[in-house]
Design a protein around this ligand. Structure first.
Ligand code: ZN
Ligand code: ZN
Length: 347
């Protein structure tokens, strides 16, 4: 059984998104029906809608930064009730049995996790994301948005927030630690806020000084332009942790030189092309080059609670659904401060 729902979809790779309808399953035993109020636009929506990461499923309804209100629950649901403010991020299911799932790392499920869109669910049906009026999700993949967070600024936390919070926690960003955030976009601006709230000394490394005032206002202590060669001389050996949020190709050897001995450069951006690395860049100084992908469901809840406690929402530009295609172009041009969020009532 399904119900018909209005949505914005890409009908084919690289085609503009347009208004359409999709079928959502009716609520099953452990499902929650969420009336979506806001959906963030993540750079990865564009990668996938344009097949930058490989073959994709069309029509595609992107959107994995979803905030809304529960409007129906299945008979087996225990964690949510009608009227609850909730969010859904990048995953809507996983095997729940592998070591990673049992450890709360559903994002690294070896039995096959299910993406919120551009994936096929265990029922064999394609998944459709948040650029829609509602979504049906198993309660185990739904998180609670605390009252202190407005839903529009909370939506981007479901991807940009957890993607930066998880590695900052894992690599011990906190008091006494010097943390550099590479890139000052949707992910980067959240990394600055979260690293600052965790107590770290935060430096932004951005292409230019164009967003310097914003960066300092959001919690950065220092701000440098990577287009200036002097930055790499001045900051050599400076950081305990560099979090790269950049999805364009980078000179990783140059950035590794900015780490202290045994420091770590953690990558959450996802360039479409392989990188070139001189391994002496990590051998000298015993450095770590690492990756991190979103975070588990329990950690996503922890992140939302942390953000509510510290008053951290995303900086957003709220748009109508009709502006999605223009917004995509502006994201590609790095012309957004700092996350587009779709008011889904306009769909
Ligand atoms: Zn995302
Ligand atoms: Zn699993």
């Amino acid at each position: 059984m399904t119900t018909t729902v209005a949505a914005y979809a890409a009908p084919a790779a690289k085609a503009p998104l347009e208004r359409t309808t999709i079928e959502r399953r009716t609520v099953r035993e452990f499902d929650v029906l969420i009336d979506i109020e806001f959906a963030g636009i993540c750079h990865s929506d564009i990668h996938q809608a344009r097949e930058g990461w490989g073959e994709a499923i069309f029509p595609m309804v992107p959107g994995h930064e979803i905030a809304g209100v529960v409007s129906e629950v299945g008979p087996g649901v225990t964690r949510f009730a009608v009227g609850d403010r909730v969010g859904v991020g990048c995953l809507v299911d996983s095997c729940r049995e592998c070591d990673n799932c049992k450890a709360g790392q559903e994002q690294y499920c070896t039995g096959g996790s299910v993406g919120t869109y551009n994936a096929v669910g265990k029922d064999g049906e394609p998944t459709y994301g948040g650029y829609a009026q509602n979504i049906v999700v198993d309660e185990n993949f739904v998180v609670r948005i605390p009252d202190g967070l407005a839903l529009d600024v909370a939506a981007p936390l479901l991807c940009a927030g957890i993607t930066t919070y998880s590695p900052l926690k894992r690599w011990n960003a906190g008091p006494g630690k010097k943390v550099a955030v590479l890139g000052m976009g949707g992910l980067g601006h959240m990394a600055v806020k979260i690293a600052h709230a965790l107590g770290a000394e935060v430096t932004v490394l951005s292409q230019s000084l164009r967003k310097k005032d914003d960066g300092l206002k959001l919690g950065a202590d220092h701000y440098y332009a990577t287009s200036d060669e002097k930055t790499f001389q001045d900051l050599r050996g400076s950081f305990d942790l560099i979090l790269s949020t950049v999805s364009a190709p980078l000179d990783f050897n140059a950035y590794l030189s900015l780490l202290k001995a045994e420091g770590a450069l953690v990558n959450v951006g996802a360039p479409e092309e392989p990188i070139s690395l001189n391994l002496f860049s990590v051998i000298g100084g015993g450095k770590t080059l690492a990756g991190s992908m979103i975070g588990g469901i329990a950690e996503t809840q922890e992140m939302l609670d942390f953000c509510a406690e510290h008053g951290l929402g995303a900086e957003i530009e709220l748009i109508a659904a009709q502006e999605i295609n223009d917004a995509y172009e502006r994201v590609l041009a790095s012309d957004v401060r700092y996350r587009f969020v779709i008011d889904t009532s306009t769909i």
